[in-house]
Write a protein that binds this ligand. Structure first.
Ligand code: ZN
Length: 60
């Protein structure tokens, strides 16, 4: 049980957390502006911390 929680926490804490979806999307926009196209990225709600993270590729 506790090991499952540890895996979730690790994948979450390594990411930048945004308070809102808008903030996460703005972060994506800035990445594309500064470094060029980074591939498809999306913002998703994190069920662990309740914040928003930016993910690469995958689901819209
Ligand atoms: Zn999180």
């Amino acid at each position: 049980m506790s090991s499952k929680r540890a895996i979730r926490r690790r994948s979450c804490s390594r990411k930048i957390r945004h308070d809102t979806e808008a903030a996460a999307r703005e972060h994506i926009g800035q990445l594309h502006k500064r470094r060029g196209w980074q591939g498809y990225m999306n913002a998703y709600r994190c069920s662990f911390c309740g914040g928003w993270h930016v993910g690469h590729g995958g689901r819209p």
